[in-house]
Design a protein around this ligand. Structure first.
Ligand SMILES: [Zn+2]
Length: 296
């Protein structure tokens, strides 16, 4: 068991109250929290078969009303957070974006549509999607180039923009991941990292059922302070911070309901309540850092 905080490297860890397994797992599991930066992480690595069951579910159907709504939401997201960053990156004759941890490819699919219409006339723009599985997920658009762990390695200093949307919390060894991102990013490039916000007011209300824990799939719960410590240690400079509010109650409903469709419906139905409460309490469900190489 580690005794040092993986975010700020202090040795101020204490045992956090147990978190229920998700979904439908019996028993509860211990987490460690850091009294210095507020970071929380699991006290042991879960068995890989338990972990992989969920992570390999990236090949679901391309059809369905909820996928259409999700694709609209991802377009809204890309328009609001990603394209403004992309617009300001100096480019030469080509431009490469990486969706790191693409999952089923929903974000990449929305992004490629937007990039096509926005940059086709004045930039040679290419979108790559990376994840752990060997071959591309079924739903991934053909215009997106899929990379697996072995094909990713050859792309040193290649990317002008790397996006990790709700990915970093799934990665056990944070330092190794950030070092890899460093090696993939070109000199003027930007990294966008979004994670669940450990300072969320919904966390204090929902307790161990708060979706940010998402045991055993999330290894870490970041706070703004802990994420800043981690990135600063690796000489990544925080240039902007956003506070998005991704839907919460679909994942929460997954604790009790097996139907994915019903969970998505609940998520959308309750979103106005979730959003209003977050605004009233001046908190957000996620934090999004825009980062560049530090000159230090
Ligand atoms: Zn810490």
């Amino acid at each position: 068991m580690t005794t040092i905080c993986p975010a700020c490297r202090s040795n101020c860890l204490y045992l956090h109250s147990p978190v229920q397994g998700f979904p439908f797992l019996s028993g509860s599991y211990n987490f460690l929290s850091c009294s210095s930066c507020g970071h929380t992480h699991i006290s042991f690595k879960p068995q890989s078969n338990l972990y992989n069951n969920r992570e390999s579910s990236t090949n679901y159907n391309k059809q369905g009303p909820f996928l259409f709504i999700k694709s609209l939401l991802f377009r809204f997201y890309a328009n609001k957070y990603i394209l403004p960053v992309v617009d300001f990156i100096p480019v030469s004759d080509s431009f490469n974006i990486l969706d790191y941890g693409c999952g089923s490819g929903e974000l990449s699919n929305s992004l490629i549509t937007l990039l096509r219409s926005r940059y086709k006339l004045n930039r040679r723009c290419r979108l790559y999607a990376f994840d752990l599985q060997e071959s591309p997920p079924n739903c991934l658009e053909r215009a997106v180039t899929y990379l697996n762990p072995s094909s990713l390695k050859i792309h040193t200093n290649k990317f002008d923009c790397i996006i990790l949307r709700h990915v970093l919390e799934h990665i056990d060894l944070l330092d190794d991941c950030i070092l890899e991102l460093h090696s993939l990013l070109n000199y003027n490039g930007k990294i966008l990292i979004e994670v669940p916000n450990g300072d969320s007011s919904w966390r204090s209300i929902l307790g161990y059922l708060w979706p940010g824990y998402f045991f055993p799939y999330h290894f870490h719960v970041f706070t703004e302070k802990s994420l800043w410590h981690l990135l600063n240690r690796h000489h990544l400079q925080v240039e902007r911070i956003f506070y998005p509010n991704p839907p919460l109650f679909g994942v929460f409903a997954n604790n009790f309901i097996r139907s994915r469709g019903l969970c998505k419906f609940i998520s959308i139905f309750l979103y106005p309540l979730q959003y209003a409460f977050s605004r009233l309490t001046n908190s957000s469900e996620a934090i999004l850092f825009v980062l560049g190489h530090s000159n230090k």
